[in-house]
Design a protein around this ligand. Structure first.
Ligand SMILES: Nc1ncnc2c1ncn2[C@@H]1O[C@H](COP(=O)(O)OP(=O)(O)OP(=O)(O)O)[C@@H](O)[C@H]1O
Length: 353
């Protein structure tokens, strides 16, 4: 085959990441024989313990460990430079850890890298595709390179194109795609061999809103179908939407881990309600304090009262009724705590610092 011009990697042989290439013998993926793990019949899809990596004096990753269950979406949330890419590079076998180990579906990555990697679909931040080929041809190229049987490939490519929402552009050359559409094809290449865990490193950075939506919808669909997911991002709202459990990573360490609710509980978990009112605010304040679910209430101006509540927006009708007769509520605002607030609480800085 004539070497097409790669977007990033100048040598076609080096363009694909070997980590996403399944062994030909294990292509069926989900139909592979279960691993011999007598102690835990269903091992985590991805598991790591004590992962550490230094670059000179920089402790990029320190003692990172977590498990991702089958069908679970797990998020690594942290600012730029927190150590997300370094962690992923060790999980997919691109970078040797200074210490620690990784198991994929019970298979030790260091002891049996080919079998472990065959279960991973990895989408790096960089796009390594061929601009002169169409989307479909790019997928075919990578599918063949990964050893997928020819007879299965055409059907699988159609499925993958549907999954990434690019069926309608499949036969256009890649150079005519937006950055987001290229990213979606890149995700497609990682799905061809039906991996058991999909690892996405900041998949929506620099992509257009339409592609962002397609990526998030596609990822949710895959998780709904039982695929495990490791999703890294510094976009709190994406991690909140997509992930069942989240690890907050900062300066190379996991500083908190849990469901969204558990992490938010770390900052108290109460909702702030801001009320604008006209009338007798002193009396209104006393009445608001008596409403069940109100933790604290204080006047914050001549026409405003701030409350800390359990129940947030669900409490609004009760709050409005409570002040009836002494004041009228002219505007309301509910501020629910989010992972950004948790991150700020734990680190003293915002995610976008
Ligand atoms: N090859 C390298 N040589 C030296 N330092 C590095 C190297 N790669 C990463 N680092 C440093 O290690 C730390 C973690 O970087 P890493 O890329 O893993 O973070 P990240 O959370 O993925 O951030 P980003 O989203 O910006 O890539 C940073 O301080 C970074 O500067």
């Amino acid at each position: 085959m004539t070497a097409p011009e790669p977007v990033i990697a100048p040598d076609p042989a080096s363009a694909p990441e070997p980590v996403i290439a399944p062994e030909p013998t294990s292509v069926p993926g989900h139909t592979s024989a279960p691993e011999p793990t007598p102690a835990t019949p269903t091992p985590p899809t991805l598991s790591c313990r004590g992962l550490s990596k230094r670059y000179g004096d920089v402790h990029a990753v320190q003692d990172v460990g977590f498990d991702i269950a089958p069908g679970e979406a797990y998020g690594l949330l942290g600012p730029n430079g927190a150590g997300k890419t370094t962690t992923i590079s060790m999980l997919v076998g691109l970078l040797r850890p200074d210490s620690g180990h990784v198991r994929v579906c019970g298979v030790d990555l260091a002891a049996d890298p080919m079998r472990a990697k065959a279960r991973i679909g990895y989408v790096p931040q960089e796009i390594a595709l061929y601009p002169e080929l169409t989307g479909r041809e790019n997928l075919r190229f990578f599918g063949r390179l990964f050893g997928l049987p020819r007879r299965e490939l055409a059907g699988r490519i159609d499925e993958v194109l549907d999954l990434v929402g690019l069926g309608g552009r499949a036969d256009d050359r890649l150079k005519t795609y937006s950055g987001g559409m290229k990213r979606r094809i890149n995700i497609g290449t990682a799905l061809l061999h039906r991996p058991e865990v999909l690892i996405l490193d900041e998949p929506t950075v620099g992509v257009d809103p339409q592609s962002r939506k397609a990526i998030l919808d596609g990822v949710e669909h895959l998780v709904g179908e039982g695929m495990s997911l490791l999703y890294t991002s510094h976009y709190m709202e994406e991690v909140e939407r997509v992930c069942d459990r989240v690890a907050i990573i900062d300066h190379g360490r996991i500083i908190a881990e849990g469901t969204r609710r558990e992490l938010i509980a770390l900052v108290g978990g109460a909702d702030k309600v801001e009320l604008s009112l006209e009338g007798d605010l002193e009396t209104a304040l006393a009445k608001l304090r008596a409403v069940e679910g109100v933790i604290e209430a204080a006047m914050t101006g001549a026409t405003s009262i701030r409350l800390l509540t359990e129940g947030g927006r669900h409490l609004l009708p009760a709050l409005i009724t409570a002040v009836d007769g002494c004041a009228t509520v002219t505007a309301t605002q509910v501020i629910e705590p989010d992972l950004e607030a948790t991150f700020l609480h734990l680190t003293g800085s915002t995610l976008r610092d």
